[in-house]
Design a protein around this ligand. Structure first.
Ligand code: FAD
Length: 453
């Protein structure tokens, strides 16, 4: 493998840039091709989700890349979910036990730029305005197109790594050679972004250290803070039915909908009409594939392999974990096919687990966070986590504050959820729970959790 040292990465988004850092630092020759212009010169053409929730898995990757300080200097801490009920009441539901268990809101564009700078500093070369168009896997060549001047060029490769996102052109090319069995499962809900500007005194208009949620049953708004003292609000709403994006054909209808269902959000968004009109409706799907690699010639990772709905805030975190795993398998394996197969065997079950948890979390966020049974179960979850450290670990904690494999978090989460339902059935108050019986359930149903650091 070292004889063919050149590694070609398609896509210099979050995963592609991080992988370039990890591999270049190990002495590989890394070239990256990105369809967009260089964001450091042209400004960031994000296109979607201005900010992202960064959790332990992503933080771990940034530590390995030596970027923690640069990124965390621009991050806003989020302690928990600030739930805004329809009656205007608010309640903070902490994510973890204290401020050691929090997530962080980071700016997508700035994070991407930090990763690009570090990738170049590590020795990777990045070519912008270079869109992968097609691949000849037999000749081991690929064609790039510059979308600005329409010039194209053909280059050769030793191995291709697809970090080119949900609409991956490399995946498309691979599907002509291997039965990927691509399946995009649409959520049936879309999203639209709005902005809460700073207050008149320059500060935040609402509590900065929280991820705000306005749950409304079949739909919701969320808001994540930015260092500029703004919040990016995202409305998640069905595409069809009532209410839906289909029943909001114009800004007047959207305004009336917000006045009815998000009455306390609307005054926070003074540019509502412009935001609604100018920002597109984003679509949300889960991508499933039967294979992620074409023998030793090409492999996919991040959204190109397993795009997911954003409700666990783990798409990037998971993509970063992919990068660490792939870099490790490339170092350890005897040949490319072995490395890619081992990578897929390790990561695909975990990606499928977080995809499933992300779908479940949508229902929890929009419909359950202000539900009485759910709140009682959450209270008991806390109590049991304290009584059984290392054995009863809340699923959110396993996903967001630890690096337990997602598949393990998913399986243990199912057992724990059933246990909480059984222990609180018919009850209204935590004082009514038979804790000794609950302790017995924990001991018989859960082994202690083995963690890696
Ligand atoms: P991308 O970030 O999509 O990068 C792909 C790159 O490839 C881009 O730069 C693109 O220009 C380039 N490219 C595409 N096609 C080509 C081509 N043919 N040739 C060359 N280059 C190409 N994740 C979290 O962890 N936390 C969150 O809070 C979170 N919130 C989200 C909110 C929303 C609304 C959405 C939609 C997603 C969210 N995600 C979140 C998920 C996260 O955005 C993705 O999982 C992450 O961006 C995946 O990184 P990636 O590098 O695989 O793909």
């Amino acid at each position: 493998m070292r004889a063919e040292k050149k590694i070609t990465i398609i896509g210099a988004g979050l995963a592609g840039a991080l992988l370039a850092i990890l591999l270049a630092r190990k002495g590989w020759t890394v070239e990256v091709f990105e369809r967009r212009p260089d964001p450091r010169l042209a400004g960031y053409e994000g296109g979607r989700s201005i900010n992202l929730a960064l959790a332990e898995r992503g933080l771990h990757a940034l530590r390995l890349a030596g970027l923690t300080e640069a990124v965390m200097a621009q991050a806003v801490m989020m302690r928990g979910r600030m739930v805004h009920s329809a009656d205007g009441g608010t309640q903070l539901l902490r994510y973890g036990k204290d401020d050691s268990e929090v997530i962080w809101s980071v700016h997508r564009g700035r994070l991407n730029i930090s990763l690009l700078d570090a990738a170049e500093a590590a020795g990777a070369t990045i070519r912008f305005n270079a869109r992968l168009d097609r691949v000849d896997f037999n000749a081991k060549t690929f064609r790039l197109i510059n979308d600005h001047d329409r010039r194209d060029e053909v280059r050769d490769f030793a191995v291709l790594i697809g970090a080119d996102g949900a609409g991956s052109a490399l995946r498309q090319a691979m599907s002509g050679k291997v039965a990927l069995n691509e399946h995009f499962a649409p959520l049936g809900h879309g999203y639209k972004e709005l902005e809460i500007p700073p207050a008149d005194d320059g500060g935040f208009r609402i509590e900065p250290n929280a991820l705000h949620i306005w749950p409304r049953g079949g739909y919701m708004c969320i808001a994540l803070p930015n260092t500029e003292k703004t919040f990016t609000v995202t409305l998640f709403l069905p595409n069809e039915g009532d209410p839906s994006f289909a029943t909001l054909p114009d800004v007047a209808a959207a305004h009336a909908f917000f006045a009815r269902d998000f009455a306390d959000t609307l005054p926070l968004v003074p540019e509502f009409d412009a935001d609604w009109t100018n920002n597109p409706i984003g679509s949300l799907s889960t991508l499933y594939l039967d294979h992620w690699h074409l023998d030793g010639r090409a492999v996919l990772l991040g959204d190109a392999a397993h795009a997911m709905v954003p409700f666990h805030g783990q798409g990037m975190n998971c993509a970063f974990e992919d990068c660490i795993a792939l870099a490790r398998h490339i170092e350890e394996a005897g040949n490319w096919a072995e490395a890619f197969a081992a990578f897929e065997a390790e990561r695909r079950p975990n990606a499928e687990a977080i995809q499933a948890m992300a779908l479940e979390n949508y229902v929890e966020m929009r419909d359950r966070v202000d539900d009485v049974d759910f709140l009682l179960q959450r209270q008991l979850e806390r109590v049991l986590a304290e009584r059984h450290p290392g054995r009863f670990v809340p699923r959110y904690t396993m996903v967001s504050f630890m690096r337990v494999p997602y598949a393990t978090a998913f399986e243990r989460g199912k057992i724990q959820r059933q246990l909480l339902i059984d222990a609180t059935r018919g009850l209204r108050d935590i004082a009514q729970v038979d804790l000794e019986a609950a302790d017995d359930m924990v001991r018989t149903r859960l082994s202690s959790l083995v963690t890696t650091s």
